[in-house]
Design a protein around this ligand. Structure first.
Ligand code: TXA
Ligand code: MG
Length: 349
């Protein structure tokens, strides 16, 4: 079904007006794409099954892939979960509001559709002021997965959202580029030993500084694999542009040389090749090239990753050669995770 999607461009003067109108849409059970500090999310009232169903429908998201519920206060959190274990509380004190999602045992008020039928719920308090104000003013808990068609790269601008979802959602708030560029870290705090289910902006090292050892419970190479998967979302193809992505990992100069060699090879065979790279000197090869950022600045690389994949896709390239030679520390680990999942082939040099 086609919906008219309202586009609200935030300016210095219209903040309260925009939040006011969007809060009304949320209260009526509608869907609004909103900026967060990580990526844009597609928000609706998390406790209204019909509203949540609209999210699944717009994204084409499989029903067994649960949503993150966004809150603006600890009171709102307490309505959703039956207990907050001490370690979870320590993480909340250290990282909220911010890009950390906690899996906790849920209460009865959370509908099955929101959690994919699980007895847990994913909760986070976003740091972005737009998201916070919309939650506060609407008075609702906001379910908000990334605002992309399921399986596509997450959106870091309102135009990415519109590209995927225009006509399928009620509104989008355009507040420019998101600050971080990759999604929150997801950590399961509902069991004895905490486990990171999805790497994100908050690194495992930072988490271990607060609560001690955690399990790392994700497998980057199991896209599409069957079997026991603790975070349902991790079994689906993810972050994939239409083009085939080939990822090169290894020392910077070996990767740069290999990019040149592969570029020549594929171009010779008639493919249109796009490059996603950390070296300026590869820019002489083609116009179909996007700069990921400096190899020692993973935060820069995080901001450009999804933007780069989408931009090369829009130019119509068949193959994207991605340079994975940036540092894998901190948010670099999350960027690598997304790139590996987006890739058809990983070449280690
Ligand atoms: O930064 C973010 O987290 C963004 C912004 C919009 O907040 N949201 C986001 O949502 O990335 P989404 O739906 O694209 O990813 C949520 C992930 C999925 O992998 C999902 O399977 C997992 O969290 N998840 C949600 N609820 C869960 C639960 N109860 N148990 C285990 N995993 C869960
Ligand atoms: Mg997503």
């Amino acid at each position: 079904m086609n919906t008219y999607t309202k586009i609200f461009k935030l300016t210095r003067d219209n903040f309260s007006e925009v939040i006011g109108e969007c809060a009304e849409i949320i209260k009526k059970g509608g869907t609004v794409a909103i900026p967060t500090e990580t990526v844009y999310g597609l928000a609706a009232n998390a406790l209204d099954p019909i509203a949540v169903n609209r999210i699944f429908h717009a994204k084409g998201r499989p029903a067994d892939n649960p949503l993150i519920v966004h809150v603006a206060s600890i009171e709102q959190l307490e309505q959703l979960v039956s207990e907050v274990p001490p370690k979870a509380l320590s993480l909340i004190e250290a990282f909220w509001p911010g890009p950390l999602t906690l899996i906790l045992k849920r209460t009865e008020i959370v509908p099955d559709i929101t959690t994919g039928g699980l007895d847990t719920v994913a909760v986070r308090m976003p740091a972005d002021i737009v998201a916070q104000e919309l939650i506060s003013l609407s008075g609702k808990h906001l379910a908000a997965p990334s605002a992309n068609i399921s399986g596509r790269p997450s959106p870091t601008t309102a135009s990415h959202v519109l590209h995927d979802l225009e006509g399928k959602i009620d509104a989008v708030i355009d507040a420019g580029n998101t600050r971080i560029g990759v999604e929150s870290t997801v950590i399961d705090m509902s069991r004895e030993k905490p486990a990171i289910l999805r790497p994100g902006y908050i690194s495992a090292a930072k988490i271990e500084e607060i609560i001690g050892e955690v399990d790392i419970n994700y497998n980057e190479h199991d896209t599409g694999a069957l079997g026991v998967v603790r975070s349902p979302g991790m079994k689906y193809t993810h972050y994939s542009p239409a083009a085939t992505v080939l990822l090169l990992e290894g020392p910077h100069d070996l990767v740069s040389n290999k990019v040149r060699e592969m570029y020549a090879d594929f171009t010779c065979r008639g493919a249109r090749v796009g490059l996603l790279v950390t070296s300026n000197d590869l820019f002489s090869l083609t116009n179909d090239v996007v700069y990921l950022g400096r190899k020692d600045e993973p935060e820069e690389v995080a901001r450009n990753l999804f933007l780069g994949l989408r931009s090369l896709d829009e130019r119509g390239v068949n193959i994207i050669i991605a340079d994975g030679s940036f540092t894998h520390d901190g948010v670099g680990a999350a960027v690598m995770n997304r790139l590996r999942k987006a890739s058809e082939m990983i070449i280690k040099l």
